[in-house]
Ligand binder design. Structure first.
Ligand SMILES: O=C(O)CCC(=O)C(=O)O
Length: 278
């Protein structure tokens, strides 16, 4: 079964060793000063023995590169609409003694009745080994298809995303999951990008986190994911024009196919019939 088929059927898939050790070490090193300056979480959701560094899209290109990993984007491209957005980019280091997080799904703040078409995709990269002892993410397979059921209501089969460092778990935003209890003497470091449909509000305000002078350093794909894009016909416009003009003064000379399409669409009137979602 392909990774995409497994994602669609089970609500999650693990991509084993998708990141090499050198790339992983570069990310861990870049993260260190931010983690050192960070306190533990404020409640049992963030984790009182967990450190999170939020808004990584504004903290270095190295983190954006991870958010653009081709094996992950292959799945996201297939399940979200073109122009999908980076909703959140954060690290999660679970320390020894941390308890389980409450069960949750990452898209529940969008008031859309379940089950529904995919609204969002979450990823947790293992920057250290994830195992049974150190707080590997736990998931409820096929729970992305649930209506109003909750994992606490009845005993459920769950899986633990035990995976070697450099692997990633990719799951539907509707899949129930939680960070695991850390019974070990080691930490468990994850880095988590989340992506959402281009017509939803991202969790983090990426255009403030990566304003034009920061976005200028990023790839075309990265900028688009941050919101320097147009969801047709004109969601994302600035002064009736493509927002990339604020990042790239030579925008017209550097036009890619996607930008040509966006410009053409901006010139058209609004469609009278709604476009089908994902
Ligand atoms: O760290 C994990 O394994 C899961 C974290 C999570 O699901 C969250 O904070 O939304």
């Amino acid at each position: 079964m392909s990774a995409l088929d497994q994602f669609r059927r089970e609500g999650y898939v693990i991509l084993e060793r998708a990141l090499d050790d050198a790339a992983r070490a570069e990310i861990v090193d870049a993260l260190r000063p931010f983690e050192d300056a960070q306190r533990h979480g404020r409640n049992n959701f963030e984790g009182q023995l967990t450190k999170r560094v939020y808004s990584l899209a504004g903290k270095g290109e190295v983190f954006m590169r991870l958010a653009e990993h081709p094996r992950v984007l292959e799945i996201v491209d297939a399940v979200l609409m073109p122009g999908f957005l980076l909703s959140n980019l954060q690290s999660i280091r679970i320390f020894p003694g941390e308890t389980e997080q409450p069960w949750h799904a990452d898209d529940t703040f969008y008031p859309v009745p379940r089950p529904h078409a995919t609204l969002a995709v979450s990823v947790i990269w293992a920057l250290e080994d994830f195992d049974e002892e150190n707080g590997a993410t736990e998931l409820v397979p096929r729970s992305h298809l649930w209506g109003d059921e909750h994992p606490d209501d009845a005993p459920r089969a769950t899986v633990r995303a035990a995976m070697p460092a450099g692997s990633a778990i990719v799951f539907d935003g509707a899949t129930w999951h939680r960070g695991g209890r850390n019974r070990s003497t080691r930490t468990r470091l994850g880095l988590s990008p989340q992506y959402c449909q281009p017509w939803l509000r991202p969790q983090e305000s990426q255009l403030l986190i990566a304003p034009p002078d920061v976005a200028r350093r990023y790839s075309d794909r990265g900028r688009s994911m941050l919101g320097y894009n147009i969801h047709p016909p004109f969601v994302g416009q600035v002064d009736g024009m493509h927002p990339l003009r604020l990042v790239d003064p030579d925008y017209r000379a550097h036009k890619t196919e996607a930008r040509e399409i966006a410009d053409k669409v901006l010139e058209r009137p609004m469609p009278l019939k709604p476009t089908p979602a994902g």
